[in-house]
Structures are given as C-alpha cells and as structure tokens.
Design a protein around this ligand. Structure first.
Ligand code: OAD
Length: 248
C-alpha cells in the first residue's frame, strides 16, 4: 500500500500512540467478525439470542455452548501479522496503549502487554450470580457448569449487550484516547458504543487519527488518514516504514 509520507513522519515522531482494535484485526487469523455480511457472527446468529443476560437466563446451555464453540475456535488459530505488528509498535513507542473490543486474547498471545480489554476475554469464566472470576470448577455433565462457591451458573467473562463495560478499562481508554499524539482505529465498524466514541474523542483532543479498514465506517469521513486495506498487510508495512524513517 502506498503509505502517505506525512503519516509516516507523524507516526515516527509520536511519543504517545493509542490504538483501538475490533474484530477486523483477528479476521486474518480466521476468527469471524460480527457484521461482515457473509461471515459475520451476527449474520448467522442473533445477538439477542446469544449475547445478552436475558438470553443466558432463557437458555444458559445454548449461550454457554456458543461461547465454548468460539473458545475452541480461538484456541485453534494463531495471531496474524496485524497482532504481531502492534506488539512490535508497543516495544518502540514511549507511551503505547492498545484498547481492544476483541475477546479472543490474540493480542496478548502475540506479545502485547498493555492491553485494555473493553469487552472482556472469552478465555476467562465467571459466576453469573457473584460476577467474580472462577478458575476451576468440578467436572460435571451439567452445562453450563456451576460456581464452586455459590452454585450459581458459570458464564464467559465477556461484556454482553445491556451490560456495562468494566469501569476501570473504560476510564483508562477514555484517558488515553484524549491524551495521545496518534490514534489508530483498526478493524472496527465503529458502531458499538461506548468504544465507538473513542476515535472521536481523540479527534476532539487534536490527535492525528488514522483508520485502517478495507470498508468505510462512520469514522472514515473524519479520520485524517484512511488506509483502506487489510490490517495484516497494512500494519507491518506501517511499522517497517516508520523504522526506515527513523533510522534512514
Ligand atoms: P464488526 O464485525 O462490527 O466490524 C469488523 C470491521 O472489521 C468491519 O468494519 C470490517 O470492514 C473490518 N475488517 C474486516 N476484515 C478486516 C481486515 N482484514 N483488516 C482490517 N479490518 C477488517 O466488529 P467490531 O467493530 O469489532 O461487542 O464490533 C464491535 C463489537 O460489536 C464487538 O466487540 C462485539 C460486537 O457486538 C459485543 O459483543 C459486546
């Protein structure tokens, strides 16, 4: 991709970089996104039937098994060059914050350390009643399994629709979006709030906002740079170009 030199120069000088990622970053690992017409999860399943507290109360087995299927899928894939490029950027930028809407844990598996998980993580399990994490539970044929402490049903540690995001993660995400030199919005349809307001917060604070997405989103018209390509191709190129710019 033909990267604008001004963007490379700005990115190379940036001391504070904040990144927001969505499902598009994991697409090249083989993890379905949500709203892509053919392959998106919401094209095949209805979120109201799977990703809400009400859905879980109505049919806990269905919801648990759907997340067990997604957990198994994620366990079977690898981080892609987009994840690795972001882990590389973190090592080169004085203040780098990676905010993700993804629950697949692939950023951490690629070596990213400062990951702000806005929507939780599918590899963690918590008690539906106590809302506390549960590491182990007695093997049983019951689905979902039960909390060893209170006997409540277990559920994935992810944020469902109608639920609040983890307050500390959201506060940090707002803080780092409003105080950065460059904000990269990567692989997100920018339609689910409050995550979707973060790039606009960065814009309002004067950051250089860059969107990386093969499709347009509500941010596209406002971003200073729009790199309309796949994250797994664009990000490694951007990291290489910045390195070249810095060290000639
Ligand atoms: P979406 O499925 O809504 O959007 C995925 C975005 O990634 C789209 O804009 C695609 O164009 C783009 N995309 C696809 N392949 C890409 C690639 N190779 N490189 C870059 N971009 C690519 O997923 P999210 O925006 O992450 O929330 O969805 C946000 C939230 O809605 C999710 O966290 C989830 C969902 O409902 C909850 O479940 C609470």
């Amino acid at each position: 991709m033909n990267l604008p030199l001004a963007l490379i120069a700005t990115r190379a000088r940036a001391q504070r970089v904040t990144v927001l990622t969505g499902a598009g970053v994991s697409a090249e690992s083989g993890v379905p996104t949500f709203r892509d017409a053919q392959t998106g999860l919401w094209a095949q399943f209805r979120p109201e039937e799977l990703a809400t507290p009400g859905a879980f109360r109505r049919n806990p087995r269905l919801v648990w098994e759907w997340y067990a299927w997604r957990r198994q899928l994620v366990a079977g894939v690898q981080p892609n060059p987009a994840h690795h490029a972001l882990a590389e950027l973190e090592r080169r930028v004085p203040q780098f914050t990676l905010i993700t809407q993804n629950v697949d844990g692939l950023h951490q598996r690629a070596g990213s350390r400062a990951v702000v998980e806005l929507h939780g993580n599918i590899t963690r399990t918590k008690c539906f009643e106590e809302d506390t994490l549960v590491e182990t539970w007695p093997e049983t044929s019951e689905v979902p399994p039960r909390c060893p402490r209170c006997g409540g049903l277990l559920r994935p540690d992810v944020v469902w629709f109608e639920e609040s995001l983890p307050a500390a993660a959201l506060a940090l995400a707002h803080e780092r979006s409003a105080a950065c030199d460059v904000f990269l919005s990567i692989g997100t349809s920018t339609v689910v709030y409050p995550a979707a307001e973060l790039p606009f917060h960065a814009l309002a604070s004067g950051a250089t906002v860059v969107e990386i997405n093969p499709q347009p989103t509500p941010l596209t018209a406002k971003a200073e740079y729009v790199l309309a390509g796949a994250a797994g191709e664009v990000l490694p190129e951007l990291v290489a170009a910045i390195e070249l710019f810095r060290h000639g």
